[in-house]
Design a protein around this ligand. Structure first.
Ligand SMILES: [Zn+2]
Length: 116
């Protein structure tokens, strides 16, 4: 190998190292973006989880309240509710007390069946 060839080879390596260095910088900035996004998603996930838990707690509360209501309704209460429904009002906990506008409401019917 003569001096010229050695010089060319060293030049080649220098060029490759330069390219590798550039790629490394590229990857580094992509990694930075990914870490940033990961951080953002973690925070969002945490936030959503909190909200989900809060909503779930509310649902459980609502459910046990409805169950309690159902248990507490004696025959007479049921008749009153059935009459209210016949008169065209919602008796379900979704729209309770609002006019039905002559349409049957599934929630109300479910509620009536459950209460019987
Ligand atoms: Zn209803």
């Amino acid at each position: 190998m003569n001096k010229r060839q050695i010089f060319d080879q060293v030049s080649d390596m220098e060029k490759q190292i330069g390219e590798l260095y550039e790629q490394l910088g590229d990857l580094k900035s992509k990694l930075g973006d990914l870490l940033e996004e990961n951080n953002r998603l973690s925070m969002e996930n945490h936030h959503l989880r909190n909200r989900f838990d809060a909503t779930e707690d509310e649902d459980n509360l609502e459910e046990s309240r409805t169950e309690k209501q159902l248990k507490e309704i004696p025959g007479e209460g049921y008749d009153n509710l059935a009459r209210l429904y016949e008169e065209g009002f919602h008796i379900c906990n979704v729209h309770f007390g609002s006019p039905r506008q002559d349409e049957d409401c599934l929630f109300c019917l479910l509620f009536l069946n459950k209460t019987k």
